[in-house]
Design a protein around this ligand. Structure first.
Ligand code: HGY
Ligand code: MN
Ligand code: MN
Length: 416
């Protein structure tokens, strides 16, 4: 490999691309709303492909809705290096969650091209389908299917609030992107590196530019369905009601009590709460709510998650309740070899760096199951994220892309 590609990372180009992406699904408050497999998501993939093809990368997609750009290596038979993240967002998402990892990977490849280097292994930039899990639960569908951790049939059955299934949305997007080559699902991967904003305040607070991610905390997600009986708000006797909302509220209170810990390590969130028929003068007949439970200690995560169904049943009163676990992911540690490679690149570039654990979930979780994986974090202001006010600096974005460029170049040149 010729001169290190980090020297050719272009801050203006990287930042302009973030601003262009942010216009796709832009919200009035300065964030983005780019649901998975929506027109906005497809437009973002199209824009990524346009930028990649302009520097000679080959675009492809797979049946799980993942989109790839390949920088061809000299040894076509060698397993590629992958790098990327996601382009879908939360409904009131920020402009950088996920996007940064995809655009930093593209910038790293462009810098490798401009440095005159030709990697031995191909490098694939990837935009994983539905990392966020907001339109279709659970999240990380594209990377999970790519890694063989979920089946296409399994994710295809998930339905959004409007009644469209993932299978239906994937078919619609496949038609819209029929001109993009369809590649086989999965395949061997030499290594995976994902750049991402920290989604926490630690790097900024410590004055560090680069986070070498040691691992990702465990996460279990559930869907709780409470069934009662619709009744007239004025005539039905309260003693005879089967009020699904009051039962669901009792369940959430009982769960919040059980999940409370003074150290604030347990992360328990009810983010979605749907009432049916949601009419002011009708006693609710049904409530569906989500649970997002996280903890860095897998044993405690198991214990707490296993207590959920019993607590819901105890609080159900005259209603029925069904608890479904949608995803189960234990805490993971990235391999030391990958962490050392990222740490050495940051040190060579003289960038202040530290090792830290990821409290947020990432697609790297599933790639970790099939190849050596690692992550590079950059600061995000005050840790604000999953919020339209999310912000990063062009300088930090560039620093992260420089580390990524050198790490990808090094991994792509490795024979084993
Ligand atoms: O929820 C998460 O941890 C990720 O940001 N989707
Ligand atoms: Mn993300
Ligand atoms: Mn996110």
């Amino acid at each position: 490999m010729s001169a290190r590609p980090s020297r050719r990372v272009d801050q203006a180009r990287l930042w302009q691309r973030h601003e262009a992406m942010a216009r796709l699904g832009a919200t009035a408050s300065g964030g983005v709303n780019r649901p998975a497999l929506s027109d906005e998501d497809v437009a973002a993939c199209r824009l990524l492909i346009r930028w990649g093809e302009a520097i000679g990368m080959q675009a492809s997609r797979d049946v799980a809705g993942n989109v790839f750009l390949r920088l061809q290596g000299s040894d076509a038979a060698a397993a590629p290096v992958l790098s990327g993240s996601h382009l879908d967002s939360q409904p009131t998402g920020g402009k950088y969650d996920g996007v940064y990892g995809v655009l930093a990977a593209l910038e790293a490849c462009e810098a490798i091209v401009e440095s005159g280097g030709r990697p031995r292994r191909s490098i694939d930039v990837v935009a994983w389908m539905n990392e966020e899990g907001s339109r279709f639960a659970p999240g990380m569908m594209g990377s999970a299917v790519f890694a063989g951790a979920r089946s296409l049939a399994d994710i295809g059955a998930s339905v959004d609030n409007g009644g469209e299934s993932v299978a239906g949305a994937l078919a619609r997007v496949a038609t819209a992107m029929a001109d993009v080559r369809l590649r086989p699902l999965g395949g061997s991967v030499h290594a995976y590196v994902e750049a991402h904003i920290e989604q926490g305040p630690l790097l900024e607070r410590m004055g560090k530019t680069i986070g070498v991610v040691s691992g990702i905390q465990g996460k279990r997600t559930f869907r709780v369905s409470v069934v009662g009986e619709a009744a007239h708000a004025g005539t039905s006797r309260r003693a005879e009601r089967r009020d699904a909302l009051l039962a669901a509220v009792d369940m959430v209170k009982a769960l919040a009590g059980r999940m409370h810990d003074p150290q604030d390590i347990v992360k328990f969130t009810v983010g979605q709460f749907t009432v049916t028929p949601n009419a002011p003068s009708v006693v609710p007949s049904a409530v569906s709510f989500s649970i997002d439970l996280r903890h860095p200690d897998s044993m405690l995560l198991r214990q707490l998650g296993d207590a959920i169904e019993g607590l819901c049943r105890e609080a159900a009163g005259p209603c029925e309740v069904r608890v479904q676990e949608l995803s189960t992911a234990m805490s993971l540690e990235f391999p030391s070899g990958m962490r050392q490679c990222i740490e050495a690149a940051a040190a060579r570039l003289g960038l202040p760096h530290t090792e830290l654990h990821s409290a947020a979930g990432h697609d790297a979780r599933y790639l970790h199951g099939i190849c050596p994986s690692g992550m590079v974090f950059i600061p995000c202001h005050l840790g604000i994220t999953h919020n339209e006010a999310e912000s990063i600096t062009p300088e930090d974005a560039t620093a992260g892309a420089r580390v990524l460029a050198d790490v990808l170049a090094e991994l792509a040149d490795r024979s084993a």
